[in-house]
Design a protein around this ligand. Structure first.
Ligand SMILES: Nc1ncnc2c1ncn2[C@@H]1O[C@H](COP(=O)(O)OP(=O)(O)OP(=O)(O)O)[C@@H](O)[C@H]1O
Ligand SMILES: O=P(O)(O)OC[C@@]1(O)O[C@H](CO)[C@@H](O)[C@@H]1O
Length: 307
């Protein structure tokens, strides 16, 4: 079983505008409310790929009820920990003429020690052969070592983990050998306080994450596709041409496609191909991609060995 942890889920309020002008009244062309959060998006793509997962996280208040209601349409297995404060609302603005996406993410509810303990109890059921995907920001009262503590705990129980976070929190988990990490190229550059001049530069820095313990490294590069870096080889997946509608969740979709396929096939290149298809398919959709779109985009992706 794959478990996804979204410590700070959200209602994503996605607004399409012609243009966005700060300091003025702006009106939407369309708006939708989606059940959001990185782990939730991973679970939603896994569902499209017909792979079972259970979504875990903290949900609370009136917005939490709305979140669960929005999510119920997707028929996912969930086991949320109820908290007393409200689930956050994240605002996503797509200004079509300016070809710009702006995101405003809330901080999320305070989580009490008791609520946190209840959540941790849920992880007792994780065992041999399971994979736990942990992603997204932490609510403010949760310790920065939350993901690291969970990784240590579930590893002792025989499970693998995947982590999608940035900075020191990511580096700290590498010695525990995450199955895959997926920084985007900006996050990778920040990790090593550098800038990249070409793909080889990115590959060299991605290999530092392998040296520190990651089993696979994906580097996503939005409209420039993605890289899969292993100790001896590096591969590039193209980003097919298409109309980008809302790329929120493209990175989560890539992780879901990779992890779900890897659990079935143990084949990193095939998993990378599916990950890239899921990422681009989501960028070409208003919501997280559905399986028909993923299958269509899959045909337009080719994986090239670079070294
Ligand atoms: N404009 C695009 N055109 C085609 N494919 C895209 C586009 N944007 C993203 N993708 C695909 O999705 C993958 C993940 O996107 P991206 O690099 O933006 O991840 P991210 O920064 O983690 O995104 P997010 O945080 O919004 O989920 C890319 O590597 C690429 O394969
Ligand atoms: O604030 P975080 O937890 O870093 O990111 C949350 C978020 O932006 O990530 C998802 C897209 O990746 C969205 O569904 C959600 O709103």
């Amino acid at each position: 079983m794959i478990y996804t942890i979204t410590a700070n889920p959200s209602i994503d309020y996605v607004l399409q505008l012609t243009t966005l002008t700060l300091g003025e009244v702006n009106r939407t062309v369309s708006d939708v409310k989606l059940p959001g959060g990185k782990g939730i998006n991973v679970s939603r793509i896994l569902k499209e790929l017909e792979i079972d997962s259970t979504a875990l996280g903290f949900v609370g208040g009136a917005t939490g009820k709305m979140f669960e209601n929005l999510l119920s349409k997707h028929d996912l297995k969930t086991s949320f920990t109820q908290v007393s404060e409200d689930t956050r609302i994240n605002v996503k603005v797509n200004a079509v003429k300016q070809d710009e996406e702006t995101e405003i993410n809330g901080t999320g509810p305070d989580i009490s020690d008791q609520e946190k303990d209840e959540f941790i109890k849920q992880l007792k059921k994780v065992g041999n052969g399971d994979v736990v995907v942990m992603s997204g920001s932490l609510p403010k009262k949760i310790s920065e070592t939350f993901y690291l503590d969970i990784a240590e705990m579930i590893q002792k129980q025989g499970a693998d983990f995947v982590i999608d976070t940035t900075g020191q929190a990511l580096l700290d988990t590498l010695p525990l050998n995450p199955l895959v990490v997926k920084p985007n190229h900006h996050e990778l550059a920040e990790l090593f306080n550098t800038t990249f001049k070409d793909n080889q530069d990115i590959i060299d820095n991605a290999r530092k994450l392998l040296d520190k313990g990651a089993k696979h490294v994906l580097v996503s590069m939005a409209g420039d596709g993605a890289l899969l870096v292993t100790k001896d080889h590096a591969y590039h997946a193209n980003a097919p041409k298409g109309t980008v509608i809302n790329s929120v969740g493209a990175g989560d979709s890539m992780i879901a496609g990779f992890v779900g396929t890897f659990m079935k096939t143990n084949d990193a290149i095939e998993s990378f191909h599916m990950g890239a298809a899921c990422g681009s398919a989501t960028a070409f959709s208003q919501d997280i991609a559905v399986k028909e779109k993923i299958n269509e985009v899959y045909q337009d992706i080719s994986i090239k060995e670079l070294s």
